[in-house]
Design a binder for this molecule. Sequence first.
Ligand SMILES: [Zn+2]
Length: 204
Amino acid sequence: MKISEHCSAADCQRPAAATLAMRALCREHFVVACYKELEGATRRLHETSFSEPSAEALRHFLEECTRQVTDIAQSADDLDNLGRARLLDIVMWASELGSRLRRGPRRQARLQILLRSEKPGRPWEEEAKTQWISRHGALVECEHTVETGEILQVIQVDTGRQAEARVVWQRRRGTGGHEIGIEFTSAINFWEMDWSTTAPDQNP
Ligand SMILES: [Zn+2]
């Protein structure tokens, strides 16, 4: 691809190495822009307002980003180890977000669950509510502080169904408590829903 000679970032005189969203960018600014986009996308993916059009836009960005990174990695002959590591990091992150997108639709649902941490020394249990659910997990409001990677037991209050889930993401809410993204550790249809339909969000 023929791109304009100079990076379009303010006060940057370096030659352009890639384009992102129609902007010609040098390698440094391209990497910074990718990280910024990936961080924003990671946050947005867990918001209830994340919709199909956003998913489509994100898919497009991830493809573009991955393609350009691959181009740079193949054509640049002056990349040092750190430069290569950062490009690889971006590709891995993009691939992780891509697989999250492929894990399918989410539905808004306020379901009562019981979260149980069996962490040695400080076990706890809490009644919590889901914000949305997907085939593989949920976004849950939780008062306890949890760590990414922590394993929790999830019990549906209505049915007593129980499964193990891993915390894949967490954020402190401004109003207190936390939002946590959990993912079941085994491929089960924990919510017992038909995920093959693309029905609009449900609010049971
Ligand atoms: Zn630049």
